[in-house]
Design a protein around this ligand. Structure first.
Ligand code: HEM
Length: 494
């Protein structure tokens, strides 16, 4: 093979690679050794802002194949025919840590998918948990601050975490999942993925059905115990990245079965909880899982920075046949992601290859920093105009969404929906095994032992009350683990 000539970024062949041009053997260096300065200047600009959350992650390309007909719920082209295949890009991530943090940290895992469909890119930006810590986006930045570093010590702080959680019992469901061994999955291949929010599906008759998306791992759920996860942080901080790369390179392609739960608009009105509350699940026995198709990941990107670091997923990206719901958290996310990506990647981030829609895009957005697309060519860049042929196709109009009120106000987020306990109680007492529960208790105790400072007792007692409300035995076991004596007879008094 012909070797490639070394060139500058502008393609000019350069004769010297390792030695700078100097005056004499020992010399000062000349500014005219241009490649020296070009290399250093480019190097100085290699880092871009990391994602404000989910900074550490791994990605792979794959294919989604439809196996079951769900056209009665949706006209989305991605689901149009059995056997239909659509290219996908998946990125898995940790939430709270920085780009260099360890893969085995206790944290939810991000499960973000981009489907390159004929009607544009559909992004499902979910987690490996079906619920979330909060149900109003106004709390998101505050919550995330508690998962990051203490402003003074610059260390992670169990005090901040448990302070916030103890004051927000709506977080209990997610906290219990996080503190179970599901908070430390053995790899990205061994966890489920969830769209978490309620979305809409819209069919050919323009009828709306509420839907939840579930991606069930075909590799089985496998988790680390708390001790194993702690050990893995030291053994291989990039263990989940390595696992994904190695599995795919040896053609052990990971797969996830897509299933949906559906709820009619009438059922939503009758549902025991607010069906748009992301701290709650829809019980599977009432809303059974329906098979849809299989996602398989088969290609690790050639270049991590180009495709994984620059990937931009957005819950705003829904396609014809799939839409939003009134879920406040989902609504809050619609604006946030593209805003973050314009800051992180620049105004033209949608033209970066991994984000680019492989089908036609036509609009009047032009120019901006690093415009590397055809930029609309010679086409007219305003509207209305007498020259172009772009039409806003009314066939893509959604049915109107029926809302419960015409009053705008700051409603208490717990209004009619303050039961933060019965679903976590079911999870702890009915779904978990004795072993699961004992790991859960150990993990909670170990974490709560990290609470320090003048508010320590207040925070611990407040959170214990939350656990007691979930299940008395859970509360007692955690109290015992923390060395707190509880008079059990109080528990039986009304
Ligand atoms: C109001 C609530 C939320 C806000 C404001 C928010 C905001 C953000 C922002 C700004 C990013 C970084 C985006 C980027 O730079 O590319 C991000 C990443 C992410 N978020 Fe959220 N988030 C919220 C809730 C959630 C929820 C409920 C989930 C899961 C159900 C979730 C899953 C993710 C995932 C998976 C990523 C990483 C995407 C990737 O791999 O690039 N977020 N979030």
């Amino acid at each position: 093979m012909e070797p490639k000539k070394l060139t500058t970024a502008s393609g000019i062949p350069y004769s010297e690679f390792e030695n700078s041009m100097t005056v004499g053997q020992r010399g000062p260096i000349l500014i005219q050794d241009y490649l020296l300065h070009e290399d250093i200047a480019h190097f100085n600009r290699e880092r871009i802002p990391e994602r404000v959350v989910h900074a550490k992650g791994s990605g792979a390309f794959g294919t989604f194949t439809v196996t079951h007909d769900i056209s009665k719920y949706t006209k989305a082209k991605v689901f149009s025919d059995i056997g239909k295949q659509t290219k996908v890009f998946a990125r898995f991530s940790q939430v709270g840590g920085e780009k260099g943090s360890a893969d085995s940290e206790r944290d939810p895992r991000g499960f973000a998918l981009k489907f390159y469909t004929e009607d544009g890119n559909w992004d499902l930006v979910g987690n490996n948990t079906p619920v979330f810590f909060i149900k109003d986006p106004k709390k998101f930045s505050h919550f995330i601050h508690t998962q990051k570093r203490d402003p003074k010590t610059n260390c992670k702080s169990p005090t901040m975490m448990w302070d916030f959680w103890s004051l927000n019992p709506e977080s209990l469901h997610q906290v219990i999942i996080l503190m179970s061994n599901r908070g430390t999955p053995m790899s990205y291949r061994h966890m489920h993925g969830f769209g978490s929010h309620t979305f809409s599906m819209i069919n050919h008759f323009n009828e709306r059905t509420w839907v939840k998306f579930h991606f069930r791992t075909q590799q089985d759920i496998k988790n680390f115990t708390g001790d194993e996860a702690n050990a893995m942080r030291g053994i291989d901080p990039d263990q989940a990245q390595r696992d994904l790369v190695e599995a795919i390179e040896k053609k052990d392609f990971p797969k996830w079965l897509l299933q949906i739960q559906v709820m009619t608009e009438d059922q939503a009105i009758e549902f025991a909880f607010n069906p748009f509350d992301v701290t709650k699940i829809w019980p599977h026995n009432e809303y059974p899982l329906i098979d849809v198709g299989m996602m398989e990941l088969h290609t690790i990107p050639e270049n991590y920075f180009r495709d994984v670091e620059q990937a931009a997923f957005a819950p705003a990206h829904v396609v014809n046949g799939i839409s939003y719901s009134p879920d406040k958290m989902l609504q809050g996310r619609i604006l946030s992601y593209p805003d973050a990506q314009r800051y992180r990647l620049g105004a033209n981030y949608e033209h970066i290859p991994v984000n680019k829609c492989p089908y036609m895009t036509s609009n009047y957005q032009r120019d901006g920093l690093m415009q590397v697309s055809e930029n609309g060519g010679a086409h007219v860049n305003y509207r209305p105009n007498s020259f172009d042929d772009i039409v806003a196709d009314k066939n893509y109009k959604e049915p109107s969404m029926i809302l419960e009120s015409h009053e705008a106000a700051w409603y208490d987020r717990n209004m009619n929906d303050s039961d933060h306990y019965s679903q976590p109680a079911k999870l702890v007492t009915k779904v978990m095994t004795d072993l699961d529960r004992s790991h859960l208790i150990d993990n909670i105790v170990n974490s709560m032992k990290g609470i320090t400072g003048e508010k320590k007792e207040e925070i611990i007692y407040r959170q214990l009350c939350n656990f007691f409300r979930v299940d008395i035995n859970l509360g007692l076991a955690i109290a015992k683990g923390l060395g707190i004596e509880i008079d059990e007879s109080i528990m039986s008094r009304k």
